[in-house]
Every structure is written in C-alpha cells, then in structure tokens.
Ligand binder design. Structure first.
Ligand code: S3P
Length: 172
C-alpha cells in the first residue's frame, strides 16, 4: 500500500552508515517526490567535498554551512531530505527541522555502522582513529538529540527497501 502523502518534508537523521541516503532515495521514489542529500548540496554550493571543507576550515565552519543549506531546503524542498549525521545534533538546525518537517531517526547497531562506513573513506570524523570507538562514542553523545525526532525506527540491519516501507507506514 503506497497511500502516504506528505505535506511537510521528511528529514532522515541518524549516524553515519545507517543508510539515510539510500533509504531516502527509495522513500522519495515510493512517494513520487524529490530527494535531496544535504551533504551533496553542501558540496555543490561549496564546490568542494565534505572532507575538504573539514580539512580547510574545520567542523564549526562546516556546521554553519550545513545549517544554511538546511534552512534553505526547509523553505524550498517538499520531498525527502537525507541529512549528514551531525546536522540534527546542532541545536539550531534541529529546531528548524522539528519546526518545519517530520524528522525520522534511523537507528541500528554499531556492527552494522562499522561495516557500512568501512566501505567508503570519505568521513572526516572517522579518519583519525578507530571507527568502532568513534561511532560508539558518537552514538552515546548524540542519542538524546536524535531521540527528539518525531519518528524513531530501529532498522535491525534490514534491507533499505524494508526500512523505506516502514517509514511510509509510520508517516501515514
Ligand atoms: C557527519 C556525517 C557525514 C558528513 C560529515 C559529518 C557527522 O554525513 O555530514 O562527515 O557529523 O556525523 P553521513 O551521515 O551521511 O555520513
């Protein structure tokens, strides 16, 4: 059953590797709406990769740009939006999203996050240390912020198509 219609953007939040971009693309296709990936938008606007921005200017500069891009998307975009893992942790960005969109926290176990993030080497926060330790620490520190999302889904390493289907049911 694909009956869900959305009158606000659906914003996917959660840690690196949980599947926000893949699930978001599928969900948008199911809904027949647009999909926007915030990291891609930032890279396009800055004409640099996320790693290059972190390296050249640091995390605070990246967060400010991320906040601006999300503020613009909240005005312009009507479909599904995948955020970078830290976006919803920023209090101002979180308030914007909660005010204008439906936030969906995708959550899964650390093993799955470690496995998925190991496939690509483009996460500046995982570059200088042990990925499992860093992800475990981020999960602890960010849990309270993510928990403010209106919808919480534990994906249990299920297929992304199933996760997208579950979001559809949850927002219906
Ligand atoms: C970050 C997650 C990344 C990207 C940046 C910072 C984070 O996005 O925005 O590397 O703070 O968790 P993904 O969650 O899409 O990997």
């Amino acid at each position: 059953k694909i009956a869900a219609r959305i009158d606000r953007p659906v914003v996917l939040v959660g840690l690196m590797g949980v599947g926000k971009s893949t699930v978001g693309r599928r969900l948008a296709a199911m809904l027949g709406t647009d999909f926007v990936d915030v990291d891609d938008e930032i890279e396009r606007a800055a004409d640099r990769t996320v790693s290059e921005i972190f390296e050249a200017h640091g995390e605070a500069y990246f967060r400010a740009g991320e906040r601006r891009v999300i503020a613009r998307l909240m005005e312009e975009a009507h479909g599904v939006i995948a955020t970078g893992g830290g976006a919803f942790v920023d209090p101002e960005t979180r308030a914007l999203i909660l005010d204008q969109a439906i936030a969906v926290w995708l959550d899964c176990d650390i093993d799955t996050l470690v496995e998925r993030t190991s496939r690509r080497n483009d996460r500046p926060l995982l570059r200088n240390g042990n990925a499992r330790e860093i992800l475990t620490d981020l999960k602890d520190r960010r849990g309270a912020a993510y928990a403010e999302a209106q919808i919480h889904l534990v994906t249990d390493n299920g297929p992304h198509s199933e996760t997208a289907q579950r979001i559809l049911e949850a927002i219906d």
